[in-house]
Write a protein that binds this ligand. Sequence first.
Ligand code: GLP
Length: 238
Amino acid sequence: MKIVFARDYKDMSRKAANIVSAQVILKNDSVLGLATGGTPLGLYAQLIEWQRKDDISFRGVRSVNLDEYVGLSAEHPQSYRRYMNESFFNRIDIDKANTFVPDGTAEDLQAECAAYDRRIESLGGLDLQLLGIGHNGHIGFNEPGEDFRMNTHVVTLSENTRRANARFFDGNMELVPKQAVTMGLLHIMQARRVLLVAGEDKRDILLRALRGPVTPKIPASILQLHANLTVICCCEPF
Ligand code: GLP
């Protein structure tokens, strides 16, 4: 595990963008596992800038997102599909047909989960998985629990997670979906490289996840067992 302490958010975003960019330069048909949330926005903005300058191209890249809220359509302003389109995909040269986000409106969610796992396998797995981290140690929407959930699954979001994400729903908890579909820990752990980005407010949870015991009560702690994990954070060193 390599932990890089960046000076500030901008420095963190640029350092992380350098790693994603190197991945795409070295393998232009990379399969990128992508994340949402506030933290990666600076990284996406940096990649957009470099793509516009023609320094990199995403033409051959395939992407697989971590998660999606149950019940939100692709057009819903707070769906992760919409977030990805607006914050990244619409602004780079990626072929949208090669971008995958779970369908939170699928009638048969179990079938959607199984199909999502098959999709990742048919792409040959993830070359690089980008992650943020929740204050309770969730990655994607893998919430704390009694065991590590390996496959793509439907999850009931914790109060803590819904409260943290209410800021994207006009601060109204009522509007925050109660469930989500999330990639499980198997494909995250099988990714050939994992890149975790975290802001200054995540110091406590990073400390517990990366230096404490590996436990499903802190899902991100499983990353300690990953052979190629890079963490870029802009908090006080620990
Ligand atoms: C969300 C997402 C996660 C993200 C986390 C942290 O719930 N499902 O993928 O890493 O919360 O978000 P933020 O970066 O906004 O703190």
